[in-house]
Design a binder for this molecule. Structure first.
Ligand code: HEM
Length: 426
């Protein structure tokens, strides 16, 4: 915590700015749960309109929403370089991301060109504003392994958005980009591995040792892993131009890099100094176990073509990677970031002395975070069965909705405590 505690108050963004991202994200997760419960066939195949809507409710509405809010908060701390024009960047990117994700989801569900068009314009504006501001901040940033990971993740995000816009133009019937199958493949690779995983990797170097009191990541690994994974992703995107054996080596190396990160993280967590129960730690462990399971499911598909061609394989991979890995790690982080910010801004605003305001641990009741974790875990387990037995979707979606609702209530309870003790959001 040393770096965060040493952060000058004037340098930190006002609480309201990242908070709007963190409080909007669970609403998209609630929507995703309802969609699964109401349309259990959604996960019968990856190409159903509901599956594509669900994917983007999770990747844009939940994951990107939290990740942009967290970056806004982290850049001044880990890179020593805040986003320029912070208030404007936060307001525009938050509104454009929320409305744009809703429009794109509506586009997938209705097939209406106007909905796709609104999604393209809004998401395009929101992400361009954020990426340009982050690029300025990162260009001025002090070098380090976390900053390095964030740089590659932002490149991954930019490529994902570019390809996503091209694919949405295709769906709207306005343009046919060349090599559509490769573009979809590259969009998924840069989106899930380039953006989501590389950001988690970069942030893990900082927060796993800091929050979970583990030894640091081995410097040799943290120096090269993000760059190597990004280079492999570029080769993966160019796979149609490579000899088949080279493409297989690239994919196998990507899988090995992902496994190495997950296994190292679990090993460091098992060597943590204080073995006290901690919901964030459980979320990270679930995330790493799901990441390993998603690589295992992928390996089976390489060896067994009938499984690779089945309708169940892509949704299962998506559930493990997006739900089990990414959503778990991001939720675990929310449970550290929001209580910390509530405490930090309260003591800075009130110039409070220890004992006169709630501690970070008092901001959200531990037992309610734990209940929410159990609901999330149950939702993940139930979801694994949905590609095989769609009827299970009603229960899985119901539990996911309850879990997301409780997450939202838990985050709101920290804000209520903050305001109740005299904190101001204006
Ligand atoms: C930033 C995060 C994003 C991630 C992680 C992401 C992820 C994905 C994934 C995993 C799929 C495949 C779904 C499946 O196989 O069922 C997909 C498809 C798609 N994405 Fe995204 N996406 C992102 C952003 C966007 C944006 C901003 C747009 C448009 C403005 C977009 C438009 C599309 C379209 C149109 C498809 C369907 C391709 C087709 O079948 O024609 N995505 N995305």
């Amino acid at each position: 915590m040393s770096q965060s505690a040493g952060l000058a108050f004037e340098q930190a963004p006002p609480f309201a700015l990242p908070l709007r991202f963190f409080l909007s994200a669970p609403l998209f997760l609630i929507f995703a749960g309802l969609l699964i419960a109401l349309a259990p066939d959604a996960l019968a195949s990856r190409w159903t309109p509901q599956a594509l809507a669900l994917t983007h409710a999770l990747t844009l509405g939940f994951l990107a929403m939290v990740m942009l809010g967290a970056l806004m908060q982290m850049l001044p701390v880990v890179a020593g370089s805040p986003l320029p024009a912070l208030r404007w960047v936060a307001r525009i990117s938050h509104l454009a991301l929320a409305l744009g994700a809703a429009a794109l989801i509506a586009g997938f569900l209705t097939g209406k060109a106007a909905a796709y068009g609104s999604g393209i314009v809004l998401l395009g504006i929101g992400f361009i504003v954020f990426i340009v501001a982050a690029a300025v901040s990162l260009a001025r940033a002090a070098a380090g392994v976390t900053v390095n990971g964030i740089r590659f993740a932002m490149l991954g995000l930019a490529l994902t958005i570019l390809l996503g816009v091209a694919l949405a133009l295709l769906r709207a019937g306005w343009w046919t980009p060349p090599a559509v199958a490769s573009a979809i493949n590259a969009h998924i690779g840069f989106g899930l591995v380039g953006w989501v995983l590389l950001l988690v990797v970069g942030v893990a170097y900082q927060v796993v040792p800091m929050f979970q009191l583990t030894p640091p990541y081995p410097p040799r690994l943290s120096r090269w892993l993000a760059g190597a994974l990004f280079a492999l992703l570029l080769l993966h995107a160019a796979a149609p131009l490579l000899p088949p054996v080279a493409a297989r080596i690239v994919d196998a190396s990507l899988a090995a890099g992902v496994l190495l990160f997950a296994a190292t993280t679990l090993r460091l967590q098992s060597r943590r100094r204080r073995k006290l129960p901690d919901v964030t730690l459980d979320y990270w462990r679930l995330g790493m176990a799901s990441l390993i399971a998603s690589v295992a499911v992928w390996i089976v598909a390489q060896a067994w073509p009938a499984w690779a061609d089945s309708d169940a394989y892509p949704p299962l991979l998506g559930i493990l990677f997006i739900g089990g890995f990414a959503a778990s790690v991001v939720t675990g982080m929310l449970y550290k970031i929001v209580p910390f910010l509530a405490w930090f801004h309260l003591q800075a605003q009130l110039q409070a002395t220890a004992g006169s305001i709630p501690t970070m641990k008092d901001m959200i009741a531990e037992r309610w975070m734990r209940r929410q974790f159990r609901l999330h875990l149950s939702a993940c387990v139930l979801l694994l069965g949905v590609p095989f037995w769609p009827q299970l979707g009603i229960a899985a979606g119901g539990v996911l909705t309850a879990s997301a609702l409780l997450l939202w209530i838990n985050l709101l309870s920290a804000v209520r405590r903050f305001i109740g003790h005299g904190g101001g959001l204006a």
